[in-house]
Design a protein around this ligand. Structure first.
Ligand SMILES: *Cc1c(COP(=O)(O)O)cnc(C)c1O
Length: 414
């Protein structure tokens, strides 16, 4: 596919597998459950193991169902290669496991998914230093870079306060310095934004979220965009330098992280994610429209102290968001005014479900400080701009009026 014509985003996802040929003319790539793959000629088995010809070895390193999803995500990100993992954290963990060594330095946005923040704390206990900076300003990233900086890590729209990283300028900086730029694209998805366009070398997607979209399967991915020159990365082992430099990074990640740490995506989860991904664009159109309508309604309400959504003109990075993203995402957060009990308010909602997770078809809400950001403590929450009353909303695909009514009724009238 793509030989004759550059198809659009959804056409590519829908027809990509089939055009390559699926066994028995099946329209969906089947769920292959076999852990092992037999070869009629043992010489062929040997050459597959030696990387001299393509083929599957053992389920932990991949199988036909996973490969099909890897190709699908790769097409969405227009990458040169993609590896899937059991979860989004498996994908981010792979960056640490496969690419970083004691003494290395990382510059990370301080506005991060909570578990990524925790992962960096673990890396720090293992001899990797991490500088946390306000990545909405490239100058902060530049000031933190040292000669040992191997990776700059940012999220597109940060969860839960929706800060948008200075994505383009950070990309230019990393390109000039030869530093690997890793962008977590979970909040935007490749439908709204392709980090390749701002020189990201590796792109993280938590497939669990909007790409899978139905809250019924965990998964994660790392895509190499081809933008990074791996010959400038000092941590590639000789073993993985046999192929062209474009492939060094993923070769090392597949072996040193996926194979050796074993955070492998299950084939049935890959199937759920692949089916979910078919409607990614349609769902994002709906959730982003709903999110903007809800954000605008909440911003006008006098009982609401603050609303954080990049689609609002009042958002400090509204300009960057409008310039780079097709729409402003499905996530918003807000604070009620002092004296209003956020637990009582949340309990009055009838449709929005109090639950963790993001990017589900159903609207999910959570009081952030009391749940997902509880473990890190008040001081660190404050440094990340997380108020104790902050409510995060992952906006779903409900009919817009029903969703607005639900929040309006819970506020006891608009
Ligand atoms: C959820 C999430 C992850 C982790 O994904 P899992 O599949 O839950 O491990 C990483 N980054 C961001 C921005 C997320 O929202």
């Amino acid at each position: 596919m793509g030989d004759k014509k550059n198809y659009g985003f959804t056409t590519t996802i829908l027809h990509g597998d089939r055009q390559k040929g699926i066994e028995h003319g099946s329209l969906h790539k089947p769920i292959h459950t076999s852990v092992a793959f037999g070869y009629a000629d043992v010489r062929q088995l040997a050459s597959v193991f030696q990387g001299k010809e393509p083929g599957f070895r053992y389920g932990r390193q991949g199988n036909p169902t996973i490969s099909a999803l890897e190709e699908k995500v790769n097409k969405m990100e227009q990458g040169v290669g993609t590896i899937c993992f059991a979860t989004g954290m498996g994908a981010i963990g792979a960056v640490v496991q496969a690419l970083l060594r004691t003494g290395d330095h990382v510059v990370s946005s301080s506005f991060l998914f909570g578990n990524t923040n925790s992962l960096w704390q673990t890396a720090m206990s293992q001899g990797i230093s991490v500088s946390f900076v306000d990545a909405t300003e490239v100058a902060n990233v530049e000031a933190a870079i040292t000669e040992n900086t191997r990776v700059v890590f940012v999220e597109t729209i940060a969860n839960p306060r929706t800060q948008v990283a200075d994505l383009k300028r950070i990309g230019e900086l990393c390109k000039a310095r030869g530093i690997l730029y890793v962008v977590d694209n979970t909040m935007t998805t490749p439908y709204l934004f392709q980090p390749k366009s701002v020189h990201a070398g590796l792109v993280v997607n938590a497939l669990t979220k909007s790409i899978g979209g139905h809250g019924n399967a965990l998964g994660g991915s790392l895509t190499d965009t081809g933008a990074y020159d791996w010959t400038r990365f000092p941590n590639i082992y000789e073993n993985y330098k046999k192929a062209a430099p474009l492939q060094w990074g993923l070769a090392q990640i597949r072996a040193k992280a996926l194979r050796d740490f074993g955070s492998s995506l299950a084939p049935d989860a890959a199937h759920h994610i692949a089916v979910g991904a078919e409607t990614l664009a349609l769902r994002m159109q709906r959730t982003t429209t709903n999110a903007l309508a809800l954000a605008e309604m909440l911003e006008k309400d006098e009982r609401v102290a603050a609303v954080y959504y990049p689609g609002l003109k009042s958002h400090p990075q509204h300009g960057i968001s409008a310039e780079l993203f097709r729409a402003h995402g499905s996530l918003l957060s807000f604070e009620l005014k002092d004296g209003l009990d956020c637990f009582d308010f949340l309990n009055r909602l009838k449709l929005a479900i109090p639950a963790s997770n993001l990017g589900d078809n159903r609207t999910l809400i959570i009081p952030v400080a009391h749940t997902i950001f509880y473990e890190m403590g008040a001081e660190r929450r404050a440094s990340m701009g997380i108020a104790e009353s902050l409510i995060r909303v992952s906006v779903g695909i409900e009919d817009t009026d029903d969703l607005l009514d639900d929040f309006c009724t819970a506020l006891e009238g608009c």
